[in-house]
Design a protein around this ligand. Structure first.
Ligand code: URA
Length: 243
């Protein structure tokens, strides 16, 4: 994405944005060999920017995507067993991308993909309590007591109890003895949703993540992605107080 010249200079550590503007106005900056004195000039990673005759090294542009992961895909940048990974869907994007957190191989749904390691790490940190909503098809129809347990917290193993969650039944089918349950949690322990539902007696048959913070899968089908808007990135940064 093209960015303003003074921003690119500041990100490359040349000088503050203000000081970079002064350098531009003073005719000290060249873009692709030509002096540029216009402050609004936009440049991208392919443009050669020289300051006082020295080429600057541009910081890598940050890109952010919302991906609808299909089932049967690994949430990693590579897999040593040669299975399909989420980044295979981004092979024409010229950046080294990573998923933000994980979804199980057999779980579908919303996962963020980016090259912004700093924001990714912050989003994954439990202290920011980002809510994720899952929709699970379970065996059996959860009782009121089971829903209450999910809401209060479930002992996942000897050490960990899940934090209070939102849980409700979306629909149920007595004949098939199954139900669709919505569960919203802000933690991200290994197999957490499957464990929570298993522990209260309703094993998961199918799992999908429908929401991540304020982001949803609207408009996408499995295997598709879209870039996040500027506003969406800003709002994610706000969730972790990055800006
Ligand atoms: N909880 C699970 O059990 N699996 C996932 O993929 C995500 C949350």
């Amino acid at each position: 994405m093209p960015e303003r010249l003074q921003k690119v200079m500041a990100q490359a550590g040349v000088a503050s944005r203000r000081a970079s503007e002064k350098l531009i106005l003073a005719g000290k900056v060249k873009v692709n060999g030509k002096v540029v004195t216009q402050l609004g000039t936009k440049v991208s990673g392919n443009d050669a920017v020289e300051v006082n005759g020295k080429l600057i090294e541009q910081a890598e542009e940050k890109v952010y995507f919302l991906f609808y992961k299909p089932r049967g895909v690994i949430s990693a940048a590579k897999d040593n067993k040669g299975r399909k990974v989420v980044t295979d869907y981004f092979s024409d994007i010229p950046f080294r991308l990573y998923p933000v957190g994980r979804l199980d191989y057999d779980t579908s749904g919303l996962i963020l993909i980016t090259n912004d390691g700093k924001l990714a790490n912050m989003l994954m940190h439990p202290r920011y309590k980002i809510e994720k909503t899952y929709v699970a098809k379970v065996k059996g129809i959860p009782s009121n007591n089971a829903l209450k347990q999910l809401r209060l917290g479930v002992q996942l193993d000897t050490k960990h109890k899940s934090a209070p969650a939102k849980a409700r039944i979306i629909s149920s089918d007595k004949q098939k003895n199954s139900a669709i349950v919505s569960l919203t949690i802000h933690e991200g322990r290994y197999h957490q949703v499957k464990k929570m539902l298993e522990k209260v007696g309703y094993p998961v048959r199918k799992l999908k993540r429908e929401k991540y913070g304020f982001l949803t899968l609207d408009g996408l089908t499995a295997g598709q992605y879209r870039p996040l808007s500027h506003n969406e990135v800003r709002n994610l940064e706000k969730l972790v107080n990055k800006k």
